[in-house]
Write a protein that binds this ligand. Structure first.
Ligand SMILES: Cc1cc2nc3c(=O)[nH]c(=O)nc-3n(C[C@H](O)[C@H](O)[C@H](O)COP(=O)(O)O)c2cc1C
Length: 182
């Protein structure tokens, strides 16, 4: 792989402290190729409810920071749970803040599905990101066979059935981004 460093922003769609989706992204930080750095976005709970009236010349500080982190990333990793057959409201809220500002336009995105039975949220997220003109990288999408037991970063890293597909997905995502840049 090209030695030029890549920077990815990882966004979990769950606010839960013990979130399986966040655990997957924490594991991804450890499993990334050496040239790739991953930052876990931690501002989801700070974003105000989306209101176009608040999005004037000066957007709320949490929104400015979210947009800055997205703009600075070479790609975005998303792992999002399903709530009532849809995307959790707090995560859809975050996406709504960047529809008009355009940080997802042409941005490479890899979707990680930590709940193989949760197909509605994945389909909805795919549609939303597509209409926002993100570059969904199909070959980097990963579905992990996470069980219903308590999942944390260490259990994922210790289980090759989880860690290997995640590591391979990150390699494919990095290669895709590098080849798209060249
Ligand atoms: C309010 C609520 C609604 C949910 N709805 C669904 C659903 O429609 N389909 C599904 O597969 N799981 C559903 N779940 C289960 C979550 O998707 C699952 O527990 C997931 O692991 C939560 O992600 P997290 O561990 O990252 O917080 C729901 C959970 C909650 C709290």
């Amino acid at each position: 792989m090209n030695a030029k460093p890549l920077h990815l922003l990882a966004i979990s769609g769950s606010l839960r402290a013990a979130s399986a989706n966040t655990a997957v992204l924490r594991a991804a930080i450890e499993l990334a190729p050496s040239e790739v750095t991953i930052t876990l976005y931690d501002g989801l709970a700070e974003l105000p409810h989306f209101n176009p009236d608040l999005d004037g010349e000066i957007a709320p500080p949490a929104v400015v920071e979210f947009r800055r982190q997205l703009a600075a990333a070479d790609g975005v990793l998303i792992s999002c749970p399903e709530y009532a057959h849809g995307v959790p409201g707090s995560f859809k809220n975050a996406l709504d803040w960047v529809v008009g500002s355009g940080e997802f336009v042409d941005k490479p995105v890899a979707l990680i599905n930590a709940s193989p039975h949760s197909t509605w949220a994945l389909a909805s997220l795919t549609e939303t990101l597509t209409v926002m003109s993100a570059r969904l990288v199909d070959e980097a999408a990963v579905t992990l066979p996470l069980g219903s037991n308590r999942i944390d970063r260490e259990t994922i890293l210790a289980d090759s059935g989880q860690a290997d597909p995640l590591r391979e997905g990150l390699i494919r995502f990095s290669r895709w981004i590098i080849s798209a840049k060249s």
